[in-house]
Design a binder for this molecule. Structure first.
Ligand code: HEC
Length: 129
């Protein structure tokens, strides 16, 4: 085999190994960040989410505050993330001073835990078709 060809094969093998390591790292990341609804409950209580979103996060104190209980976790996670991003990114951020303050000190896994907790709650949100 010509040396250049052998080198080429070795590079391909290295690429495959790197891809495999990358996939394993992603799998480990997903396990580490599996949402924990019970931690979400703890966070919800320590951050007083119910002070505005009401008991069970299902009875907001004001009619223009949203009900949360039972909403899809993926939606809640992204809404919370958008408040963190804020108006600095007008394409993705949400501009609300109240909620921006609530999520300031929460990590990404905190947001996912809160989202899992909120999804697990019984709520009176309805989807009208
Ligand atoms: C001081 C009152 C207040 C507190 C405390 C509060 N929220 Fe909110 N929340 C609001 C208001 C007001 C809105 C609507 C903001 C808007 O118009 O974007 C909102 C919106 C949201 C939304 C978006 C809902 C949707 O359907 O898009 C989520 C999710 C949310 N809050 C979660 C939480 C969580 C989780 C906590 C606790 C960590 C929390 N909130 C604490 C007042 C509050």
């Amino acid at each position: 085999m010509k040396p250049s060809k052998a080198l080429h094969i070795r590079f391909k093998a290295a690429g495959a190994a790197a891809a495999l390591i990358g996939m394993m790292a992603m799998a480990a990341f997903n396990v580490a960040h599996a949402a924990d609804a019970s931690n979400g409950k703890v966070l919800s209580e320590s951050h007083n989410c119910a002070a505005c979103h009401g008991p069970g996060l299902n009875k907001p104190v004001s009619s223009d505050y949203p009900k949360l209980a039972g909403q899809h976790a993926s939606y809640i996670y992204w809404a919370l993330r958008q408040y963190q991003i804020g108006n600095g990114n007008p394409n993705f951020g949400r501009n609300n001073a109240i909620m921006a303050a609530q999520v300031q000190n929460l990590s990404q896994s905190d947001l996912k835990d809160l989202a899992a907790y909120i999804e697990s709650l019984d709520g009176s949100l309805v989807l009208k078709k």
